[in-house]
Design a protein around this ligand. Structure first.
Ligand code: 5GP
Length: 203
């Protein structure tokens, strides 16, 4: 496997999706790992692009079948990363970008450590996060409160990540994530170094 993995975590509403879009538009070879979820499809989302939307029964079947690299219950919904998608992308030398929560990251780190670069994205404070969640008008007040509560717990994991981006000024955050993604893409050289050395010596 010659690709690498970039994991982006952080509270919902911190701007991860917009930053990931920038990576996909600017870093050659970057692909998004489309997660499977039992969450309801939001307006503007496309099945197979943003997520693969499914029901709890099928999700459980995939867990039992060992199809997930990691899965977690986030805000009462299930989310999971397909092993098949990740291994195929790694074999093809891609930079696979995962938008997953802290629980999923801790599991992925155990399994794929040498391939992973990790970044935590957050707002400058709790109030800014709440304002963003309100202004995107995607969730009910109850869901927003759950997301803010969850964000408080997620913040405790910051130290587990290699990089931290405080997404206060979008342009600055975009520059930061693009440089992190560019270096993550170069990690691939480390994963196949033995083969590279053999080839280098032969020619
Ligand atoms: P949202 O419902 O706002 O799209 O996502 C909610 C949370 O679920 C986000 O923090 C996102 O990072 C996380 N998430 C999305 N896909 C996955 C996944 O495959 N695994 C895990 N563990 N978390 C995920």
């Amino acid at each position: 496997m010659t690709g690498s993995v970039l994991i982006v975590s952080g509270p919902s509403g911190a701007g991860k999706s917009s930053l990931i879009k920038e990576i996909l538009n600017h870093i050659p070879n970057a692909v998004f790992s489309v997660s499977v979820t039992t969450r309801k499809q939001r307006k503007g989302e496309t099945c197979g692009v943003n997520y693969l939307f499914t029901d709890k029964k099928s999700f459980q079947k995939d867990i039992d079948g060992g199809l997930f690299l990691e899965w977690a219950n986030v805000h009462g919904n299930f989310y999971g990363t397909s092993i098949e998608q990740i291994t195929q992308s790694l074999k093809n030398g891609k930079l696979v970008v995962l938008d997953i929560d802290v629980q999923g990251y801790m599991i992925a780190k155990e399994k794929l450590e040498k391939f992973i670069t990790s970044v935590f994205v957050t707002t400058k404070d709790k109030a800014s996060l709440k304002n963003r969640l309100i202004s995107r008008q995607a969730d009910t007040k109850e869901t927003i409160d759950t997301r803010v509560e969850n964000a408080k717990k997620e913040m405790a994991f910051i130290n587990e990540y290699e990089y931290l981006i405080i997404n206060d000024d979008f342009n600055a955050a975009r520059d930061a994530i693009l440089s992190i993604a560019a270096s993550a893409a170069h990690k691939r050289a480390l994963t196949d170094k033995d083969e590279f050395i053999l080839r280098w010596l032969k020619n």
